[in-house]
Design a protein around this ligand. Structure first.
Ligand code: MF3
Ligand code: CO
Ligand code: CO
Length: 290
């Protein structure tokens, strides 16, 4: 009986296992999957995991849409948070932000108004005409995660507000549209910076996107400025694309009193949109679409 470590029967001088040893797996998904986990910590999802992540994403998207429709003049972000509590309960789901991290995040959604870059904490200040607000929903359904956010303009907003909201949306979509197997993770940052700078906006580099699905924040980090993440996208990756775009300086700071709320250093406007996407054989699928 010839063993795996014996010379191959073909005369190549290589070990049989490195040469003509029969493949035991139907395709190379499991071998790529093992190497991505080992090299980068990236969890490539199986079809049955994708099925469940897709459901979590659909739910997050539908809750996010409902909350955005409620974000009108006079409504407080606490009221929006209460709606999120109710909607998650009704769907038998868990809002992932609640008590996440250190210190534990106090809300069930992030509500980031005007100069807040991200991680805004729901509070009792009513929204007013001219505000722009990001509502960021992450839902856990059947143990799997979906993460998405949208912007809402309250009443008529300034020219700058319109520019930053529109620019950030197109930044996100341009980056998504580039995604397919073989494209490098770094190209996401290229696409985003290019469009932001063309529109006189800056890109935040203190916060990043992330792998998502089995956990809230998985590897890899997804950077939105020019970077060196030369990791090829492969089918089965689930990541977020969530660029934060500013009117003025790219720099932000975190409020000391709560350890979460990130504001622009110059208090100029910031805007963000977020989708969870799946890399497919041919390109991408936006999972957080209603
Ligand atoms: N949803 C945010 C993201 O896109 C993370 C919020 S962390 C929280 O990654 F604790 F503030 F919820
Ligand atoms: Co999010
Ligand atoms: Co996210």
């Amino acid at each position: 009986m010839i063993s795996r470590n014996d010379p191959c029967w073909c005369g190549s001088q290589k070990k049989w296992k490195k040469c003509h040893f029969p493949k035991t797996t139907p395709d190379d998904f499991s071998s790529i999957s093992k190497s991505y986990l080992k090299k980068y910590g990236i969890i490539l999802k199986t079809p049955s995991q994708i099925e469940k992540i897709r459901k979590a994403c659909k739910l997050a998207a539908s809750i996010c849409k409902t909350l955005c429709e409620a974000a009108k003049e006079g409504v407080t972000t606490k009221q929006i948070d209460q709606m999120s509590i109710d909607l998650h309960k009704k769907a038998n789901a868990i809002p992932a932000p609640y008590h996440y991290g250190t210190p534990p995040f106090p809300g069930t959604v992030c509500t980031s108004v005007n100069d807040v870059i991200c991680h805004g904490i729901p509070n009792d200040t009513p929204l007013k005409k001219g505000d722009i607000i990001n509502i960021d929903v992450t839902s856990i359904l059947d143990g799997y995660y979906g993460d998405t956010s949208k912007m809402v303009c309250v009443g008529l907003v300034s020219e700058e507000a319109t520019r930053v909201v529109e620019t950030s949306y197109i930044c996100m979509m341009n980056a998504i549209e580039r995604c397919k197997p073989g494209v490098l993770l770094s190209e996401i940052g290229d696409a985003i910076e290019e469009h932001a700078h063309k529109n006189n906006c800056s890109v935040v580099n203190q916060f990043v996107g992330h792998g998502v699905g089995v956990k809230f924040h998985e590897p890899p980090q997804v950077l939105f400025t020019k970077n060196n993440m030369k990791i090829p996208l492969v089918p089965g990756m689930t990541i977020t694309i969530e660029p934060m775009i500013n009117i003025g300086s790219q720099k932000g700071y975190i409020e000391e009193e709560n350890g979460w709320v990130a504001r622009t250093i110059d208090h100029k406007l910031s805007s963000q949109w977020e989708h969870t996407i799946l890399i497919t054989e041919n390109g991408y699928e936006i999972l957080t679409q209603v």
